[in-house]
Design a protein around this ligand. Structure first.
Ligand code: TRP
Length: 333
């Protein structure tokens, strides 16, 4: 049986190189072998932007243009908008009755995010419960495979708990369980060496970056703080420039040689950074051009999103109808 894949992003900023290595290349490859749906999760984006909604609405087309620019093909991948699929909100409402508040508070991802966002005592109810809405997204499409970063594993776990509870209430297999598909590439650190590239941390290189922005970002990239003089031996471990060369320089033999030279001493950081700058400029130039072309036609982008959302609608409504029936509330259907 072919795999049914659901994945998505909150549109709270343009996508960056971390997305590129972590999920975008994987999605491009998967569209040949699987039935794939990508959800632009604008309602989930609102869960920490309720008072700054333009940050979400203003980034939907940016994210769509990013997808198309890297080669996600709307003919082979359904790209849809969460707010255009009210059945997802309906499912969330039903599932919320099967998940306890303490279960949500224990979710390690949500816990870390709450700490990072400094909500204090003002955690939006929507934010605390976004894992429930994510379970609705996944189950609505009957997805059995969900490509995720390791930070999203608790979402899959909660989704499968909801699936089992709904099936128990229904007395039949109304929903299907899913499994995570972890990307082979580990997470790309930010240019500052912090564990995660993130636009909000200011350490990201977005897919629309121009040559000068790329050069500037690489210049401030973290290397080996003890590599003071060119002739000193340098460390490759934890050296962000090498992490990026591993991820983006197609000439593996060259990178291996550079690592040896660097560790021996005599190779300047500036040489490495020059090479990396060229690699990234070469990678992003065609993506940036395509991205700009798509963004110059917002109506065309909107049409693509509308078509994808229409394609997704029947499936989500069918799942909502079954779940409603499982709770015995299918009076008008
Ligand atoms: N939580 C994901 C993010 O942080 C976005 C998302 C929403 C998602 N619904 C999903 C991912 C369903 C995978 C499956 O960007």
């Amino acid at each position: 049986m072919s795999q049914k894949i659901l994945t998505g992003d909150r549109p709270t900023g343009s996508l960056h190189l971390g997305h590129y290595v972590g999920s975008l290349t994987q999605r491009v490859a998967l569209q040949d072998t699987s039935s794939q749906t990508i959800l632009i999760a604008d309602m989930q984006g609102l869960t920490d932007n309720g008072h700054t909604p333009a940050k979400v609405s203003g980034n939907i087309l940016n994210v769509l243009a990013d997808y198309l620019a890297v080669g996600i093909d709307p003919e082979r991948t359904v790209i849809c908008l969460q707010s255009g699929l009210p059945a997802l909100a309906e499912l969330t409402m039903y599932y919320a009755n099967l998940v306890t508040v303490s279960r949500l508070q224990r979710n390690p991802t949500v816990k870390a995010e709450i700490a990072g966002k400094q909500f204090g005592a003002s955690i939006p109810a929507g934010f605390l419960s976004y894992p429930i809405s994510q379970a609705a997204d996944i189950t609505a499409f009957r997805a059995d495979l969900v490509p995720v970063g390791d930070d999203q594993l608790p979402m899959i776990e909660l989704t499968n708990e909801v699936v089992r509870k709904v099936n128990q209430v229904a007395g039949s297999e109304v929903l299907v369980e899913c499994r995570p598909l972890l990307s082979k590439v580990s997470r790309l650190p930010g240019v500052d060496g912090k564990a995660k590239m993130s636009k909000s941390l200011g350490n990201a290189i977005t897919l629309g970056s121009d040559d000068a922005e790329i050069e500037r970002a690489v210049k401030k990239m973290y290397t080996d703080p003890n590599h003071l003089r060119i002739e000193d031996p340098g460390s490759v471990e934890g050296n962000v420039v090498f992490t990026y060369l591993d991820a983006f320089c197609p000439d593996e033999a060259l990178v291996t040689r550079l690592k040896e030279d660097y560790q021996r001493g005599g190779l300047a950081d500036s040489k490495l950074k020059c090479l990396l700058t060229e690699c990234l400029q070469g990678l992003l130039a065609p993506i940036r051009t395509r991205r700009a072309r798509f963004l110059s036609d917002p109506a065309g982008l909107m049409a693509i999103l509308r078509t994808g959302t229409e394609k997704a609608r029947a499936e989500t409504e069918e799942t909502a109808r079954k779940v409603k029936a499982a709770f015995g509330l299918d009076f008008f259907s």
